[in-house]
Design a protein around this ligand. Structure first.
Ligand SMILES: Cc1cc2nc3c(=O)[nH]c(=O)nc-3n(C[C@H](O)[C@H](O)[C@H](O)COP(=O)(O)OP(=O)(O)OC[C@H]3O[C@@H](n4cnc5c(N)ncnc54)[C@H](O)[C@@H]3O)c2cc1C
Length: 319
């Protein structure tokens, strides 16, 4: 009786204090260890469609070049629509910069012979790294393999290895590829791509780090030991990312929507929010032992540069 009355006389803590007393103290935010080595980075660009976009891309490449990424990759438009532009961009990267390019290559809508020819042209231009993908049907129709083509990315990887001894990266989906039969089938597919000769997986972007870290556990349990590099998408255009994510099966958390509420017309604020969100994401991943990152730059350097800086990456003097 006495104990109960004493308990009743203790004032109840405020909601904030109650959370502080009972919840996790630091909720996973990292303390950057002084001896943490800067991570390995790679940057993804898309091939420009116009002269103005070409200049934007090259300004972006020049700004990021001193960060000495492990490689920079150039996408291949849906259904191979940018074949010539992708080739021109990677060839110029080889010729004019100290960077190592990786050319994306898809097999959708093309025969094996056509795909092998493109690969040979890459090899002849000095490109030794390919990001091998199945690709999607332009216009979002159902995928049907080309009758004489590589049906899936795993077949493409094996075919590319027959063309030349490329370094090959492939795609991975922490939230499962939208048309996969189930998560385990999708993991099996990732393993097949690596077993066929790929040496690294780069993930689709994601917003919840727990999703990625859990995916790493599942991959390890499935016998996958190759590096799985998180793809980081700094988001400043929320409406666009919602549209993109619906197609690619990425969950956009409610909190991200709330961050961007009411600032649709404020570009500067949106860019600051993008930096905050991406910085928190990469710092938390770094605190969880992730030491390589792939950035979807969208051909704009500043966010990527700032986030790389936060991760401890500094410009290297030109040699
Ligand atoms: C890092 C990254 C870069 C990208 N770059 C580009 C780009 O430059 N250009 C572009 O057009 N697209 C690009 N994409 C998008 C990609 O092309 C699409 O996501 C496409 O839908 C799947 O490609 P994939 O290589 O993952 O396919 P796959 O690995 O072949 O898988 C595609 C689907 O088929 C399933 N599957 C695989 N094998 C079989 C089988 N034997 N039987 C039945 N089902 C099977 C898989 O589970 C999955 O659901 C990129 C994606 C990522 C993550």
């Amino acid at each position: 009786m006495a104990t109960v009355s004493i308990m009743n006389s203790i004032p109840r803590p405020s909601a904030t204090l109650a959370r502080w007393l009972t919840g996790p103290r630091f909720a996973g935010m990292p303390e950057r260890a002084a001896d943490l080595a800067p991570p390995a980075l790679s940057f993804e660009f898309f091939p420009p469609r116009t002269e103005a976009l070409e200049q934007q891309l090259w300004a972006c490449i020049r700004r990021l070049e001193p960060l000495a990424p492990r490689f920079v990759s150039v996408t291949y438009g849906a259904g191979g629509t940018t074949q010539a532009r992708t080739h021109a961009t990677v060839a110029r990267i080889v010729a004019d910069t100290a960077l190592t390019p990786a050319a994306h290559l898809t097999c959708v809508g093309a025969s094996r012979g056509e795909v092998d020819d493109v690969a040979r042209q890459y090899w002849d231009a000095g490109i030794r790294h390919i990001v091998a993908l199945r690709g999607d049907v332009p216009g979002a129709g159902d995928y049907v393999p080309h009758p004489d083509g590589y049906a899936y990315a795993a077949d493409l990887v094996a075919g590319l290895k027959r063309v030349a001894d490329f370094e090959i990266s492939v795609a991975a989906y922490p939230e499962v590829h939208p048309t996969a039969a189930n998560p385990l089938a999708d993991l099996d597919n990732l393993k097949r791509k690596l077993d066929a000769g790929a040496t690294r997986a780069i993930t689709n972007y994601f917003f919840e780090n727990a999703t990625f870290l859990r995916f790493l556990d599942l991959a390890l349990a499935a016998g996958i030991t190759a590096p799985i590099v998180p793809g980081i998408m700094p988001v400043s255009n929320y409406a666009q990312i919602v549209k993109f994510s619906a197609i690619s099966g990425v969950r956009v958390p409610e909190w991200l929507g709330r961050f961007f509420e009411g600032v649709e017309d404020e570009m500067e604020t949106r860019r600051m929010l993008a930096a905050v969100v991406a910085a928190e994401q990469v710092r938390t991943l770094q605190a969880n032992g992730i030491d390589e990152f792939h950035f979807y730059t969208l051909n704009r350097p500043e966010l990527t540069y700032a986030i790389a800086h936060i991760l401890g990456v500094r410009p290297k003097a030109a040699t």
